[in-house]
Structures are given as structure tokens and as C-alpha cells.
Ligand binder design. Structure first.
Ligand SMILES: [Zn+2]
Length: 232
């Protein structure tokens, strides 16, 4: 049996501590000094906190077919969009803490199940350029809050085009078979378990569905997903 070590000190925590010494934080939403995201700019992350699970999204194809439950914290606009942009493109890894906390809060309120947190992997090339995987940072923070183990079980099987410049149908074929389990140990770990995918933004859900396909192929019992934001 593979031992999961969920409570190891996360990379995000160390990175945040190191950065605090080097660079005073500035709010990604409004520029206020002292915090990476101030109270006022965090407020949209709480917008959906009290909503019941499974609220209709107002779109025809709601949760992607293979995803048991899809939840998110806020619309991909305003300060939430700015915070995610800073996390991804400005190297502000400390934003993973308030954003990961929001993911955990929404999942605590609305998630109906889950045994293992799993980040949606970024492209290896982009992770090399950036030096980190923002979904992994979010997943680590959320998992710690939720008291669940986290495992980077998936990897990109091949390079896909960025999803943002593709239409819905093209997105689906772009990511089909794009993900696979990292190792035999990961395969063993997800077998029979209820996996909760974590990512920064969901748009059509085709990336989440492709991750779910890989996990179901490895014998996962169920796959749910929670993201910081939803883009329409
Ligand atoms: Zn602010």
C-alpha cells in the first residue's frame, strides 16, 4: 500500500515565508501595501460561499460529463481575475494562500465528497519558465485546510495548445488523452478513491474532463473538481 504523506510542509508555505522577507506584499487587486490580497479585494471570493452545491451554471452543458461535481468560488472578473493573473504571470506565489483558502472554504461548504486532492498539471515547459505550478500551490493550500492528502498524480502526456484561443469543440479534441498518471505508484494511489481536482480557472471544463478520463482509466471511484474561478 502506498503511504500518502499529506501533511508535509508545503512548498507554498516556504516560498511565502522566503518572499515576505525579500519583497513586501502589495494587493493584486488595488495596490494597497502590506498584503497580497486585501480584505476588500478578497470579498468576491466569498460571493458563492453560501450557495448550495450544484447551482445551475446557466449553461447548457453544465458539469462536464465525467465530473461528479464542479464547484468554484467566484466569477473570473475584477480582483479575482487580477489575483489569478498575478499568481500565474507575476511570480506572486503568496497569492496561493488566500486563493487556496477560498477553494477550501467553498469545498467545505459545498463538496459532497472526496479523499484525495489532485492539481491539474500545467505544461512542463510553462512550469520550467515560471518555476512553479500554480495549480499545485493552490492544491497544497486547499488540501491542508481541508485536512485531505494532496498528490500530484497527473502529468501532461503531450503538449497541447493553449485553450484560450480555441472554441469549445476544438478545446475538447485539443485535450483528449492529454493527461496520464505520473507513475505506477500514482495509479495505485488513485484506484478506488474519490479524487478532487483543483485548478485556477474553469472555462468549458474540457481540461477537467480530460483529467477525469485519465483518473477513471486508472480506476478512480469518482472525480470532482473545484476551482478558484469560472470564466464564461
Ligand atoms: Zn486590495
Amino acid at each position: 500500500m502506498i503511504k500518502i504523506s499529506p501533511y508535509a510542509r508545503s512548498a507554498a508555505t516556504f516560498a511565502a515565508a522566503a518572499l515576505d522577507l525579500a519583497l513586501p506584499p502589495v494587493c493584486a487587486g488595488c495596490g494597497a501595501e502590506g498584503v497580497v490580497l486585501c480584505g476588500r479585494c478578497r470579498r468576491p471570493l466569498l460571493d458563492r460561499l453560501a450557495l448550495p452545491p450544484g447551482v445551475p451554471l446557466g449553461l447548457r452543458a453544465e458539469a462536464p460529463g465525467t465530473i461528479a461535481q464542479l464547484e468554484w468560488c467566484a466569477a473570473f472578473t475584477g480582483t479575482v481575475r487580477a489575483a489569478l493573473h498575478h499568481l500565474k504571470y507575476s511570480g506572486e506565489q503568496r497569492l496561493a494562500v488566500p486563493l487556496g483558502d477560498a477553494v477550501a472554504a467553498r469545498w467545505s461548504a459545498a463538496g459532497v465528497g472526496g479523499e484525495l486532492i489532485c492539481p491539474v498539471p500545467v505544461h512542463a515547459e510553462r512550469e520550467r519558465q515560471r518555476g512553479y505550478d500554480q495549480a499545485l500551490l493552490l492544491a497544497e493550500v486547499a488540501a491542508r485546510r481541508l485536512g485531505l492528502p494532496v498528490r500530484r498524480a497527473l502529468k501532461r502526456a503531450r503538449n497541447t495548445r493553449p485553450q484560450f484561443d480555441l472554441g469549445r469543440t476544438a478545446r475538447l479534441s485539443n485535450v483528449a488523452d492529454a493527461f496520464e498518471l505520473r507513475s505506477v505508484a500514482d495509479r495505485t494511489l488513485v484506484t478506488g478513491r474519490w479524487i478532487v481536482l483543483v485548478d485556477d480557472v474553469v472555462t468549458t471544463g474540457s481540461t477537467l474532463a480530460a483529467c477525469a478520463d485519465a483518473l477513471y482509466s486508472a480506476g478512480a471511484a469518482a472525480v470532482s473538481a473545484v476551482t478558484v474561478a469560472r470564466e464564461r
